[in-house]
Design a protein around this ligand. Structure first.
Ligand code: PLP
Length: 394
């Protein structure tokens, strides 16, 4: 028996383990400390009423012999495909055919699984800093990895040069962890680059609902040419609070081909072979989240989180802390004051303000000296945290 030795090339994932350990140690030493968590990448508000009601109704259907459902379709039920296609049309203003949408359990799974349809002898281009799943899933498959530097100088929105040519290109916009979002003009540069190099862009739009700037597209398919070179991975997790419900979708345009083979057909073949579909109950909830009533409710939740990032950016403007993101994203990526390193700032913030954030160094070399704060928390607690930071006089 031989194991997949590529797994031995993975670096241990210390980031969240270290945060948990440091927090536990601090709590033990300071049992009365009122700690505010601002590092969390998970949502905190419950799913919207329309989705919860639809889930209850669907669960009742499953318990009745006349309305019970067995295996779902491997690609998604028609009612959800139609709701997603309608979402693209109504809220984003583009036509995506239901046939080009494949419903899945979430973007993390898709980011990993989509690699099945590409040759392992491919080079991938990954930004640094990065959502670690892109990197680790490619290490696991032994692909050649190139990094493109996202830095303060390029406002965490790198654009490609000839040296960045690769077969697969990962773009996450709005970005986790930096909160930066590409404009239409910038994404057009990436699309032209992908077409020129015969590359495929894997576009992670998990945070598309947070975009408020009309310059920034919510889907890569708003860009001319993207249908020839891009796959979009999206999710109900951050859009509708489905992190614990699990539902996402991948869009592959019918035009996207390699040597005359449609990537959509490969992905459908992969899914029907390895996946038995998303549960009926979950699909009903997802469709309800994209109904008119559901969409209104989930926008209220997004606005709730936006209040946190607005308050953060206002405070940082006031006290002169440099930051990126926050406007089109639930994340604010701040420059640690006084040239501090990410983990030193983590310790200081925990010790002096009893606030927990996420050290940027955990997302890649270029994250050193930066720090991620998340807007997925309670409004009142966020205000309290910002008052504590303001008093610090950095
Ligand atoms: N993509 C990005 C950039 C993320 O930050 C996350 C989760 O934090 C995901 C994908 C995972 O989404 P899902 O919950 O749909 O698996």
């Amino acid at each position: 028996m031989k194991i997949n030795k590529n797994y031995l090339n993975l670096k241990p994932s210390y980031l969240f383990k270290n945060i948990a350990e440091k927090t536990a140690q601090y709590k033990e030493a300071h049992p009365d400390a009122d700690i505010i968590k601002m590092g969390i990448g998970d949502v905190t508000l419950p799913i919207c009423k329309a989705a919860a009601d639809a889930m209850t109704d669907a669960a009742k259907e499953m318990g009745n012999i006349d309305t019970f459902h067995g295996y779902p379709s491997s690609y998604g039920e028609d009612f959800l495909l139609s709701a997603i296609s309608n979402h693209y049309k109504k809220h984003i203003g583009i036509d995506i055919d239901e046939n080009e949408i494949i419903v899945t359990c979430g973007a993390k799974e898709d980011v990993a699984n989509i690699l099945d349809i590409f040759d392992t002898d491919t080079t991938v281009l990954i930004p640094d800093p990065v959502y670690p799943v892109y990197l680790d899933t490619n290490i696991m498959t032994g692909r050649k990895i190139k990094f493109i530097n996202a830095t303060e100088e390029n406002a965490y929105l790198p654009l490609p040069t000839d040296a960045d040519a690769a077969d697969l290109i990962y773009i996450c916009s709005p970005n986790n962890p930096t909160g930066a979002a590409y404009t239409r003009e910038q994404l057009k540069v990436w699309v032209d680059f992908a077409i020129k190099n015969n590359a495929v862009i894997l576009y992670d739009a998990a945070y598309e609902m947070f975009i408020s700037d009309s310059e920034c597209p919510r889907s890569i398919f708003e860009i001319d040419g993207a249908r020839q070179c891009a796959i979009e991975l999206c999710s109900f997790s951050k859009t509708a609070g489905f992190t614990g419900v699990r539902c996402g979708y991948t869009v592959i345009p019918t035009e996207l081909e390699s040597d005359g083979v449609k990537l959509l057909d490969l992905w459908k073949r992969r899914q029907s072979t390895k996946f038995n579909g998303v549960s009926y109950v979950v699909q009903r909830a997802a469709a309800a989240a994209f109904s008119d009533e559901g969409y209104k409710q989930l926008c209220e939740n997004i606005n709730y989180y936006r209040r946190n990032t607005e308050n953060m950016t206002k405070t940082f403007d006031k006290i002169g802390i440099k930051y990126f993101g926050g406007k089109n994203s639930p994340y604010v990526w701040l420059k640690c004051p006084n040239g501090m390193k990410s983990w030193d700032f983590f310790d200081l913030l925990l010790d002096k303000c009893n606030i927990i954030g996420t050290p940027g160094a955990g997302f890649g070399e270029n994250g050193e000296g930066f720090f991620r704060l998340s807007g997925f928390g309670d409004n009142t607690r966020c205000v309290e945290a910002l008052e504590r930071i303001e008093k610090m006089n950095f």
